[in-house]
Design a protein around this ligand. Structure first.
Ligand code: PEP
Ligand code: MN
Length: 264
């Protein structure tokens, strides 16, 4: 179902407000790693609206390495995200980690994110495959493209055809970036599948200083969109403090990406 040979044209996913993913226009998805408070979320939402961004991300269920680290605000986080987004006319993307949370989350998210750590969680994939809500599927930490595509197939085989893929870097021996951005994943996925393909430049690199060239490379390689983390005061962030852009840095980033002519 995911394969290009089953569906020759690019799939375009239409989100509320006629925001499209795939096809002729690029999509910028931005927002904090975690929803931390109303003020933090509203501050980012206001900045994104001013910048012309249509879709805000924000994690509420955070899959952290350590159980002692901030785990996210859960359903309260989703409510905060939705309220801030609605106030500023934005759509929402947030990760769901447990099939039991899906029903309740449907009121708060416009796109369900399946995180890298859950790409192999087949019961979650089947569960998001059964709802009528677009899904943003992240590539697993060490997933091959074949495994990634099969994870998307799990979702689609349950009836949900609104699936977007996102490359977020893979584990390699290279230590100069948090993960290794597999830029070749973009043209391969675009060639072999008909689904929109995005690139998360933040988690793939873990470094703010190379986001602009990485985003340009992703778009030049055919990506339909970019995801980037933005926080009003990254130094105080409860997760991923080192890699989030502040609002000024985000504006510079987005302006440079648009100025490249690669962002359609
Ligand atoms: C995220 O996008 O919030 C996230 C946790 O990323 P990943 O699942 O790619 O690690
Ligand atoms: Mn993060």
């Amino acid at each position: 179902l995911v394969a290009r040979k089953s569906h020759e044209e690019d799939t375009v996913i239409v989100l509320p407000g006629d925001v499209t993913v795939g096809g002729s226009s690029s999509l910028m998805v931005a927002g904090p790693c975690s929803v931390e408070s109303e003020l933090q979320t509203r501050t980012v939402a206001a900045a994104l609206q001013r910048a012309g961004v249509k879709v805000m991300r924000g994690g509420a269920f955070k899959p952290r390495t350590s159980p002692y680290d901030f785990q996210g605000l859960g359903m309260d986080g989703l409510r905060i995200l939705r309220e801030a987004a609605s106030e500023y006319g934005l759509l929402t993307i947030s990760e769901i980690v447990d099939p039991r949370h899906i029903d309740e989350a449907l009121d708060y998210v416009d796109v369900i994110q399946v995180g890298a750590r859950n790409m192999h969680n087949f019961e979650l994939l089947k569960a998001v495959g059964e709802v009528n809500k677009p899904v943003l599927l992240k590539r697993g930490l060490s997933a091959t493209l074949d495994e990634f595509v099969h994870a998307a197939e799990y979702i689609m085989s349950r009836g949900n055809t609104q699936v977007m893929l996102i490359e977020r870097g893979i584990r390699t021996y290279e230590k100069s970036t948090r993960n290794t951005l597999d830029i070749s994943a973009v043209p391969i996925l675009k060639q072999e599948c008909h689904l929109p393909v995005l690139v998360d430049v933040t988690h793939s690199t873990g470094r703010k200083d190379i986001l602009i060239p990485c985003a340009k490379a992703a778009l030049a390689a055919g990506a339909d969109g970019i995801m980037v983390e933005v926080h009003p005061d990254p130094a105080t962030a409860l997760s991923d403090a080192a890699q989030q852009l502040n609002i000024d840095e985000f504006n510079t980033f987005f302006n440079e990406v648009k100025a490249s002519g690669l962002y359609r």
